[in-house]
Design a protein around this ligand. Structure first.
Ligand code: FES
Length: 378
């Protein structure tokens, strides 16, 4: 091969390494609106946890772009609706979670399990609505399914069931739930970054030595195996000796019951917006990344510990683990802000360069492109 041929070969390799998403897709409002319609509305989205919906009248809410979703317990039956009152469009449930009937705080319309405004204050004097009218005013209902801890909702009426959507990840979520029943934290954070940038960051370990040298980098071996299934993907690999030693002592102290399917490290990316990380077969960090605006994401973070003896040492272990996840999260938040700022300055013709250690970003971006309509001109 002469010099020109070598350069051409390098260029071809570089071309093949390019990602699929242009810089402006990380900050344009019209792109986000397309993503909501083409990706978020048809997908099964995890909106919360079964543990928060145990009692009658328990509810949770989630905001996906402009869409507010409420899941409500009606005497043991979980139902999901568009969280907007049929009367004059007030938000019905205003907190992230709680326990109250599905009653609008403005004028008190109360909705039943079918989403009908069954209770309307002063109906006879003010509206005279009959049963057929109430049927017509029913809230838009969304598909709802539960696997393990996780409550999933699909906004779009038509679509496959949850098991089909998740494929083999359905059994993974069931297994993780069975192995890790002890929730030790659940919090939400807003970051100055596009939701895809958060997913890109979570999809690869290439940044770990630079961004997390004293936290994640100290425990994770960089030798990870990638498997893909449809739009979703899974990394498995080993923990460093130092981490295994620490976990070994913890497992003994609190009598952890470990998974033998994922005994060291498993990281699951469920398209479009779930990242679950499973360490030592005993500690699960489950995250969803939701679009708030084109340059703002919401990270919902929860951590779960395996069956344990519940003694005092459990609280110390929980404190150490939540401190660790906080450090990693804050390091990621800071670097995502830096990367988000860069997208505004990048030339529109640029595409990211993705190395072998970023193969999962490539997979994520290819899935993204498959779902999105062809781009409109700016
Ligand atoms: Fe909900 Fe009036 S806006 S009852």
């Amino acid at each position: 091969m002469n010099m020109d041929e070598a350069v051409a070969a390098d260029e071809e390799t570089l071309t093949q390494r390019r990602g699929s998403i242009s810089p402006d897709a990380y900050y344009r409002q019209d792109v986000l609106e397309q993503e909501i319609d083409a990706i978020f509305r048809p997908s099964w989205l995890c909106v919360g946890f079964k543990q928060d919906l145990v009692q009658p009248q328990d509810f949770i809410t989630t905001q996906i772009g402009p869409h507010s979703i409420v899941v409500q317990n009606f005497e043991g039956e979980l139902r999901a609706f568009r969280n907007v009152c049929a009367h004059r469009f007030a938000r019905i449930q205003c907190a992230a979670k709680g326990n109250r009937p599905l009653t609008c705080p403005y004028h008190g319309w109360t909705y039943d399990a079918r989403g009908r405004p069954a209770g309307i204050p002063m109906n006879r004097q003010s509206f005279g609505l009959n049963d057929a009218d109430k049927d017509a005013l029913a809230l838009e209902a969304y598909a709802l399914e539960v696997v393990g801890h996780f409550v999933f909702v699909r906004m779009q009426a038509e679509g496959c069931d949850l098991k089909t959507f998740l494929g083999g990840f359905y059994d993974d979520l069931l297994h993780l739930s069975q192995m890790c029943p002890d929730r030790i934290e659940a919090e939400s954070f807003e970051w100055e970054a596009n939701w895809k940038l958060g997913m890109d960051n979570a999809a690869e370990a290439y940044h770990v030595p630079m961004v997390h040298p004293d936290s994640f980098g100290a425990i994770l071996s960089m030798d990870l195996d990638l498997t893909t299934e449809g739009d979703h993907s899974r990394y498995t690999g080993g923990l460093r000796d130092r981490s295994l030693k620490w976990w070994g002592a913890v497992a003994k102290a609190v009598e952890l019951q470990r998974s033998d399917i994922y005994p060291q490290y498993g990281n699951f990316l469920i398209f479009p917006n779930i990242i679950a990380t499973f360490s030592y077969g005993a500690f699960l960090t489950f995250q969803t990344i939701e679009p708030v605006g084109p340059q703002t994401l919401r990270l919902n973070n929860s951590s779960w510990l395996a069956h344990n003896n519940g003694r005092a040492a459990r609280d110390m272990v929980a404190e150490t683990l939540t401190g660790f996840t906080r450090q990693v999260r804050e390091e990621d938040q800071a670097i995502c802000k830096v990367a988000q700022a860069g997208t505004r300055a990048a030339a529109l013709s640029q595409r990211p360069v993705l190395g072998d250690m970023e193969a999962r970003i490539k997979h994520f971006q290819q899935a993204y492109v498959r779902h999105m309509p062809p781009r409109r001109a700016t």
